[in-house]
Design a protein around this ligand. Structure first.
Ligand code: PXG
Length: 465
C-alpha cells in the first residue's frame, strides 16, 4: 500500500485528489483539470501549502478557526478524551461528563434563558433539528398547523435538505428538489444592492416589516418561527441597517412565533461579543451554533433552547430525533477547551475593544478606493462591494462574480485568502489577529484591489450594467 503523506509531490497529491475526492460547492471537472491547492499545515493565522507557500488566512478556514491554528491544548484535550472515553451516545438514558460540562458552560454563556442544548455534528444538522423542534413544540401545544418557517432570500442556513431549504440561495434550491414544504421567504436587508433611493434606515424598517406582512398573509396560526442570521455571512457579509433588528424583534414579540437566530458564524466572538444577538440586541428563543464553538477543531453544532420551548418539548413524550454524534465526547471536550481559551485569553473582549476598532478604521478607508462602492465591518467580519460606478452603486455589466473571481485570484497570488461572493469581497479572520497581523492583511487586501482595478480597467470590464 502506498503511504500518502505531506511529502508527496504536489502533482501526485492533486492527481489522487482528482481521482477520488469530490469537493463541496465545486465544478469537479474544472477543478480537476486545473489542480487543487493542497494545504499541509497551519499555525496562528498562516496556512502552508504543499509547495511551502505561506498564505494569510483572512477567512479563518470557513469562518470558524476563531482561536487560530495550532493550539496544542486542544490536541491534548482530544487525546486525553479519546483515551478515556472516545465515544458513547447520549440516547437511551445515558450521558457523560464532557457533554454535561459543555452544556452547563453554554447555558452560562448564552443570553437570556437559553439554558438547554440539543447537539448536532454541524450547523446544517442543528437547523434541521430546529425545523423539527419548533413544529413539534407547536403541535405539543395543540397547534399542529403552526408549521411554516419564514426565512430570507440570500440567507444561508446549511446544505442538508432542511438547512438549504431554510436558506434563500437560488442556486441551491435549483438542485435536488428544494425547498421542502412550508418554508416562506422575505427579502434581505441589503441596502447597497437593493435599497434604491431609500435611506438605509427607511430601507431597514421596510425590509423588517415584510415579516409582519408575511405573517399576516400566511395567517399567524400557520407560522411556527422566523429564522435569520444576525449578519448574513455566506450571503456576502450583509450588515443590516441600524433600524432592522429592533423592528424584527418588535414584530416577533407582537406575534405568537418563535425567533431562531442562526449564530453559526456570528457566535463565539465574531462580532465582538459572545453572540451576534448581543451586538444587535436580539432576544432569540432558539440559537443555532457550530463553527466557532470548537474553532473548527472538531465538528460540533447544536441548538440553544429557551426554558419555555425545552419545557414543552420535555413534557411531550419522546422527541424522535437525534444523531449518532449528538454531544460527541471528544468534540464536547475540545469545544469546552476552546471556550476556556476564548474567555481566559480575553479574545472576545479584545476584538470588541482593541483589534475590532483598529481593523474597522482601516477597513472604512477602503471606501475611498476607486473600485469600492461600500466598505462595511462588524467585529471580525467585513465586506466591500466592488463597482464600476461608486455614486450609482452600480453592478458591473459582466456576469456577477467575474470581477470577484479576478480579485480572489489576485489575493491567492499575493498569499491572502479573501473570499468573493459575487462581486463582494469578504473577510472573517481568526479572532486572535494582532494589530500587526491586521497591518499585514490590509497591505495584501489593498494590493489585491489595486491589481484588480488595473486589470479590470485594462480589460474593458469597468462598465456598469
Ligand atoms: N448557518 C450559517 C449561518 C452558516 O454560515 C451553516 C448554518 C451550516 O453549517 P455547517 O456546519 O453545516 O456547514 C452555516 C455554514 C461559505 C460557507 O462559503 C459558509 C458556510 C459553510 C460553508 C461555506 O461562506 N456556513
Amino acid at each position: 500500500m502506498t503511504l500518502i503523506s505531506n511529502h508527496m509531490p504536489t502533482e501526485e497529491l492533486q492527481r489522487l485528489d482528482a481521482a477520488h475526492h469530490m469537493h463541496p460547492f465545486t465544478a469537479g471537472a474544472e477543478l480537476n483539470a486545473r489542480g487543487v491547492r493542497v494545504i499541509t499545515q497551519a499555525k496562528g493565522v498562516t496556512l502552508t501549502d504543499s509547495d511551502g507557500k505561506e498564505i494569510f488566512d483572512a477567512m479563518a478556514g470557513l469562518w470558524c478557526v476563531n482561536i487560530g491554528y495550532g493550539r496544542e491544548e486542544l490536541a491534548q484535550v482530544a487525546a486525553r478524551q479519546m483515551n478515556q472515553l472516545p465515544y458513547y451516545n447520549t440516547f437511551f438514558q445515558t450521558t457523560h461528563v464532557p457533554v454535561i460540562a459543555l452544556s452547563k458552560r453554554l447555558a452560562d454563556l448564552a443570553p437570556g434563558d437559553l439554558n438547554h442544548v440539543f447537539y448536532a455534528g454541524s450547523g446544517s444538522e442543528a437547523n434541521d433539528t430546529n425545523i423539527r423542534l419548533v413544529r413539534h413544540y407547536w403541535a405539543a401545544k395543540g397547534k399542529p398547523d403552526k408549521k411554516v418557517i419564514i426565512s430570507r432570500r440570500n440567507a444561508y442556513h446549511g446544505s442538508t435538505l432542511g438547512g438549504a431549504s431554510l436558506g434563500g440561495m437560488q442556486a441551491m434550491h435549483a438542485q435536488g428538489g428544494l425547498p421542502i414544504p412550508d418554508i416562506a421567504y422575505i427579502d434581505q436587508p441589503n441596502w447597497y444592492a437593493e435599497g434604491g433611493d431609500s435611506s438605509p434606515e427607511d430601507f431597514g424598517l421596510e425590509r423588517a416589516r415584510q415579516l409582519e406582512a408575511k405573517i399576516a398573509e400566511l395567517g399567524e396560526d400557520n407560522v411556527a418561527a422566523f429564522i435569520a442570521e444576525p449578519v448574513q455571512g455566506a450571503g456576502g457579509v450583509i450588515i443590516p441597517p441600524s433600524t432592522y433588528w429592533p423592528e424584527l424583534q418588535r414584530i416577533c414579540d407582537a406575534h405568537e412565533i418563535l425567533l431562531i437566530v442562526d449564530e453559526v458564524i456570528c457566535g463565539f466572538g465574531r462580532t465582538g461579543n459572545w453572540f451576534g444577538s448581543e451586538t444587535y440586541g436580539i432576544r432569540p428563543d432558539i440559537m443555532t451554533i457550530a463553527k466557532g464553538l470548537s474553532s473548527g477543531y472538531q465538528p460540533i453544532g447544536g441548538s440553544l433552547i429557551c426554558d419555555e420551548v425545552a419545557d414543552v418539548v420535555n413534557n411531550a413524550g419522546d422527541f424522535n430525533h437525534g444523531y449518532t454524534y449528538s454531544g460527541h465526547p471528544v468534540a464536547a471536550a475540545v469545544a469546552l477547551e476552546n471556550l476556556r481559551i476564548l474567555d481566559e485569553e480575553n479574545i472576545v473582549t479584545n476584538v470588541r475593544d482593541v483589534t475590532g476598532p483598529y481593523l474597522a478604521e482601516k477597513w472604512a478607508q477602503l471606501a475611498d478606493h476607486p473600485l469600492i462602492g461600500e466598505a462595511k465591518i462588524v467585529g471580525m467580519m467585513g465586506s466591500v462591494a466592488m463597482t464600476p460606478d461608486k455614486s450609482a452603486r452600480a453592478p458591473f455589466s459582466s456576469d456577477p462574480g467575474v470581477v470577484g473571481t479576478i480579485c480572489r485570484e489576485n489575493c491567492f497570488a499575493n498569499g491572502l485568502i479573501m473570499r468573493h461572493v459575487g462581486d463582494r469581497m469578504i473577510i472573517s479572520p481568526p479572532l486572535i489577529v494582532t494589530k500587526s497581523d491586521i497591518d499585514t492583511m490590509m497591505r495584501l487586501v489593498v494590493k489585491s484591489l489595486d491589481q484588480t482595478y488595473a486589470s479590470v480597467k485594462a480589460d474593458g470590464l469597468l462598465n456598469a450594467a
